[in-house]
Design a protein around this ligand. Structure first.
Ligand SMILES: [Zn+2]
Length: 400
């Protein structure tokens, strides 16, 4: 007897492969970015510190600010409670008055802190998975524009709970808001890496007009503006970079030295006429690795009248507890004084963090337990950031 086994033709196999690929793409688009977001930004596991009623009241009454969050990248609705490190409910429960949101426009695959080239492009996958506009597939500028639009969309939907801060006046109004009024978190836009300019300084005005107020010269690879500490060549500021510094300063946009090569830091610090910021970093004095700031650079940044934002991720502070963040903060205070230290969490920055935005009162409690004075805690938790931006932000108003 002859058995008729099903023998698929080449054409049927071809269609089956196409169907499998389409299903895989569909699943990738539906869940890809959420799976990546949860996997790459795990929730904090540090030991919880009980916060006394008195400290809660104190924390709610001081101006709390954080210099760095990459939350716009992950496709989450930040108006709802999420599994991320920052969202509106966490900003409210954490008493955050000012949060800097940073756009990430290109990162290399196989990302590491030693050496990366610009040849690969991880963010393209994020753009595809989240169905960003087609122009973002190729244009890094368009990616920055898209992430700013996302923040503006959240601001619109927040019923006044989020407010874009683009000028001195915006920030002044936020600070002066009577405590009896409902909580408002001010938000400032920044960019990780000047590759978003696509090598063209005329794009700086466009980024300014969109609302960006702080940019770092590089992120994980060397750029047309300056070398990265994680780049292949780690060169200093380029000729275009020198022009960029002048233009940034003339527009009232803050220069962020995070991720910059040592040479780029030196070049900018000797050229800058305004205070510079290191938005998210650790310090070699408590955690000696390539990414962290040397004593010499801490002194120079403080000497510019700038700020050092201490990160909350374990490789920034060499530990996984709140006491490790406190140790780094105290180190900066002992080296250069309390006026130059701030919080630079790196929330949602593809890292695990020691605490999320909702747990910031625990940091205030830890600083009090450490014996730091109320006046100094006010500066550390956000007072210094308020002073910095009150001086550095431009006067003119922007479209919202
Ligand atoms: Zn970063």
């Amino acid at each position: 007897m002859k058995i008729n086994y099903f023998k698929p033709s080449v054409r049927v196999i071809f269609y089956m492969i196409i169907a499998i690929v389409l299903v895989a793409i569909f699943i990738f688009m539906l869940f890809g970015s959420e799976i990546a977001a949860n996997k790459m930004n795990p929730q904090p596991t540090s030991q919880q510190i009980p916060v006394s009623e008195k400290v809660k009241i104190f924390h709610d009454n001081i101006f709390v600010a954080d210099l760095h969050a990459d939350s716009l990248l992950w496709g989450r609705n930040l108006l709802e409670s999420t599994k991320g490190h920052v969202d509106l409910p966490k900003l409210i429960s954490g008493g955050v008055d000012l949060q800097v949101f940073s756009a990430v426009t290109k990162t290399p695959s196989g990302i590491n802190i030693e050496s990366n080239s610009d040849k690969t492009d991880n963010i393209l996958y994020m753009a595809l998975a989240q169905q960003w506009p087609i122009e973002t597939w190729k244009s890094l500028f368009a990616r920055a524009e898209y992430q700013a639009n996302r923040l503006k969309w959240f601001i619109k939907g927040s019923q006044g709970k989020l407010k874009l801060i683009g000028t001195k006046k915006d920030l002044h109004n936020l600070i002066e808001k009577p405590i009896s009024e409902p909580h408002v978190t001010g938000v400032i836009l920044s960019i990780e890496g000047a590759h978003a300019l696509e090598g063209n300084l005329t794009n700086l005005k466009r980024l300014y007009d969109i609302g960006y107020r702080m940019i770092s010269p590089s992120h994980f690879f060397d750029t047309e503006i300056g070398g990265s500490i994680h780049g292949e060549l780690k060169y200093g500021l380029t000729e275009l970079g020198v022009e960029w510094v002048t233009e940034m300063e003339s527009r009232g946009m803050a220069i962020d030295l995070s991720h910059a090569s040592s040479k780029t830091m030196d070049d900018i610090l000797s050229l800058a006429t305004r205070p510079v910021i290191v938005s998210h970093t650790g310090v070699k004095g408590t955690c000696d690795n390539q990414r962290n700031l040397s004593d010499e650079h801490i002194r120079k940044v403080a000497g510019s009248g700038g700020l050092i934002g201490i990160g909350f991720w374990p490789t920034a502070v060499c530990g996984s507890e709140i006491s490790d963040i406190v140790r780094a903060i105290k180190y900066v205070i002992e080296l250069v004084g309390v006026d130059y230290v701030a919080l630079g969490s790196d929330f949602d920055g593809a890292v695990s963090v020691i605490i999320d935005a909702g747990r910031l009162p625990e940091l205030t409690q830890a600083l009090i337990t450490e014996g730091i004075s109320d006046t100094d805690i006010e500066k550390i938790m956000g007072g210094n950031v308020a002073q910095f931006f009150l001086k550095s932000l431009p006067k003119e108003s922007i479209e919202q």
